[in-house]
Design a binder for this molecule. Structure first.
Ligand code: ATP
Length: 150
């Protein structure tokens, strides 16, 4: 790759406890950071941010791709983004029935007064993970069936 072209790209590596989920050159990425969406372009100042369950969107070779992230952190250097997360899924990997069941269980935990504050915090995170997965799966469904887009 020519040096000028290389400057417009950065390396993305997404690692979970189970696998290297993604490794490749990208042009930009928007991350679900704890403080809100964080857009990263090549040459960004070094930074470490907490990742909260949400959708990450990036562009590679002009093509947009999205994946879901669970809790984790991202380390950003000038031309490298490393994300370490408890889980990551492509839209087509998401099992919507499982996410709906997880959402139902977590809502029940959140609304059960017998549960401790800590259990309720876990439940809130589980709700975010399930809602993220459902949103991403539904976006993918709409792409496949554009007639049904609002
Ligand atoms: P569940 O209660 O259904 O396990 P969870 O949010 O607690 O949901 P995680 O701990 O975030 O699950 O993920 C555990 C593993 O299962 C990860 O590898 C994750 O990618 C996968 N996973 C979780 N939910 C789904 C889903 N709805 N579809 C596909 N994979 C999932």
């Amino acid at each position: 790759m020519a040096a000028e072209e290389q400057k417009k790209k950065m390396m993305l590596e997404v690692v979970t406890p189970y696998q290297v989920f993604y490794e490749g050159q990208i042009e930009k990425i928007v991350l679900p950071a704890l403080d809100g969406s964080l857009g990263i372009l090549p040459g960004h100042s070094p930074l470490v941010v907490a990742i909260t369950p949400g959708i990450a969107r990036f562009e590679a070779d002009g093509e947009s791709r999205s994946f879901s992230l669970s809790e984790g952190f991202a380390e950003i250097a000038h031309h490298v983004v490393v994300i370490v997360s408890n889980a990551a899924e492509w839209p087509e990997q998401i099992d919507e029935a499982r996410a709906n069941a997880a959402l139902e269980r977590a809502n029940a935990k959140l609304n059960n007064p017998a549960n401790t504050d800590e259990q309720r915090i876990y439940a809130r995170h589980a709700i975010r993970r399930a809602k993220t997965r459902l949103k991403l799966a539904q976006e993918q469904g709409k792409k496949k069936n554009p007639r049904f887009m609002e």
